[in-house]
Write a protein that binds this ligand. Structure first.
Ligand SMILES: [Zn+2]
Length: 223
């Protein structure tokens, strides 16, 4: 299956102690952290991890905004694996408000969105995240998300740190449209610039934790 395919990692690495959000790891001997009996080996360690569910490349489940929505452990695998279309918004002017018309236009340029596609929104702003230019990134709208729901996408991803931007009318506009339609989304998708085709095969696999709203995951494309 992998023959002739290029594997592209679309995951941003998490470096404990770096970045704006905490990812704390504390090292200990296994017997200090669990009921494991002592082992005669100088290095036999485990870590305690303390973090926040929205860090790095992470997926958000309907439960993030809806108490009866699917949690991270309840997203069907079928929704996390499959064909992805790259919707390239990088030609938009700075400070763009992205509506349904803009989304339809980039979809057409990508050769169309098919029902059951994963849609990755590539803005090209990921590389400018720590520069003042990031403030001028595209702002997605509820109408743009409704377009994606109507054409039948099953999962959305973006290279931005959030779907909503500085010009999006309300903070949860995009969240609510997608999550209410049972469509999870991934923020901080990395490395989209490395893809050379507008369609790739993708596996985006979070650990299935019951009762969790979001978590980092590994996103891998095959092209
Ligand atoms: Zn988030």
């Amino acid at each position: 299956m992998l023959e002739g395919r290029r594997i592209v990692d679309l995951t941003l690495p998490i470096i404990p102690g770096e970045g704006g959000r905490p990812f704390l790891i504390e090292r200990g001997r296994t017997e200090e952290l669990t009921v494991h009996p002592p082992v005669d080996h100088p290095w036999y360690i485990m870590h305690k991890v303390q973090t926040i569910s929205h860090i790095g490349t992470h997926i958000e489940a309907p439960y993030h905004c809806f108490p009866d929505g699917r949690d991270l452990g309840s997203i069907p695998l079928e929704q996390l694996i499959g064909d992805a279309v790259i919707l390239d918004l990088s030609a938009l002017k700075s400070d763009s408000l992205v509506g349904a018309a803009e989304m339809a236009e980039v979809a057409e340029r990508a050769g169309g969105v098919r029902r059951g596609d994963i849609a990755f929104l590539k803005t090209g702003y990921a590389e400018r995240r720590s520069s003042p230019e990031y403030e001028h990134r595209p702002s997605l709208t509820a109408q743009a998300m409704r377009y994606l729901v109507e054409v039948g996408v099953k999962l959305v991803g973006t290279d931005l740190s959030g779907l909503e931007g500085p010009l999006t009318p309300a903070h949860l506009d995009c969240h609510l449209v997608l999550l209410e339609a049972n469509i999870p989304f991934i923020e901080n998708v990395g490395n989209l610039a490395a893809l050379t085709k507008s369609r790739v095969f993708v596996c985006a696999l979070p650990i299935p934790v019951k009762g969790l709203d979001a978590f980092p995951l590994r996103v891998v494309a095959f092209e």
